[in-house]
Design a protein around this ligand. Structure first.
Ligand SMILES: C[S@@+](CC[C@H](N)C(=O)[O-])C[C@H]1O[C@@H](n2cnc3c(N)ncnc32)[C@H](O)[C@@H]1O
Length: 247
């Protein structure tokens, strides 16, 4: 008789190692998006330097493609993702820290928060805190660039996502279902991980807030930043482009 397979339920980014994350997003056009960000920063930033900080940098793939042009630091809440990012960029400064209270001890020409990471903060109060902290880490004339989670009108409750990836040691199949609870999108992500030891199944629930353009505008203004919202952005999810007044 075959073994009974039980899925392990764990919080987001507990069992999703950097290797699994990179296999899931192997087809994401990080290089093309980093080129767009480079152009955006070069044509809008007035702080005179080339230091960039990526908040919630994950495994560091944006950092890798921004690196030749900028000097890039990063941080992430997940210890697993930080280990993977350090492996990718051994010379960069990459810390384990929270967007709500990170302290990198200095200011940057641009602070970035990409691929909907801001959604994980879940409340407007936390959004205000994180944007204020990003603004604090930005030089006068510098930029804060945030890529939100989806707009309310783009959410499809019940939507099933499916991704897969494979290398020589590991095969990943991920299927997720989106349930919308008020302003929170709850994504139960089922991962099947195949290695020579067998096939493991774990479920991570990712919860992301749907913030409106008005909420972003309010958070940026409270933090002393001007804001423009590009409705398309890098991936159709909008891009909030904040600027700190030059002194
Ligand atoms: C969708 S991933 C994006 C990672 C990376 N920016 C990329 O585009 O590949 C979201 C990231 O946000 C991080 N994260 C979630 N909440 C966070 C917080 N409060 N502070 C810092 N990082 C956080 C997660 O650990 C995860 O690496």
């Amino acid at each position: 008789m075959s073994e009974i397979v039980r899925a392990q339920e764990v919080p987001a980014y507990t069992m999703m190692t950097g290797e699994i994350y990179d296999l899931i997003y192997a087809d994401k056009d990080y290089q093309g998006q980093a080129a767009k960000l480079t152009e955006l920063i070069d044509s809008n930033c007035e702080s005179g330097g080339n230091r960039v900080l990526e908040a919630a940098c994950g495994t560091g793939t944006y950092m890798q493609f921004l690196d030749p042009h900028f000097s890039v630091d990063g941080f992430d809440l997940s210890a697993e993702q930080v280990v993977a990012a350090k492996k990718r960029l051994p010379d960069a400064r990459i810390e384990k820290a929270d967007m709500l209270d990170f302290d990198m001890g200095g200011q940057y020409d641009a602070v970035l928060c990409l691929f909907s990471s801001i959604g994980y903060l879940k409340t407007k109060e936390n959004l205000d805190k994180a944007i204020a902290n990003m603004a604090k880490h930005t030089l006068p004339g510098g930029l804060v660039i945030v890529e939100p989670w989806l707009r309310a009108e783009d959410i499809k409750p019940g939507h099933i996502s499916i991704e897969q990836g494979k290398n020589e040691q590991l095969a990943v199949q991920r299927m997720g279902k989106l349930v919308q609870k008020g302003t929170i999108s709850s994504l139960a992500m089922h991962h099947m991980i195949g290695t020579e030891r067998g096939i493991e199944h774990f479920v991570e629930t990712h919860e992301l807030a749907v913030y409106t353009d008005e909420e972003f505008t309010d958070a940026f203004h409270k933090a002393g930043l001007s804001i423009e919202i590009d409705p398309e952005g890098l991936t159709g999810r909008r891009l909030c482009i904040g600027k700190k007044p030059a002194q």
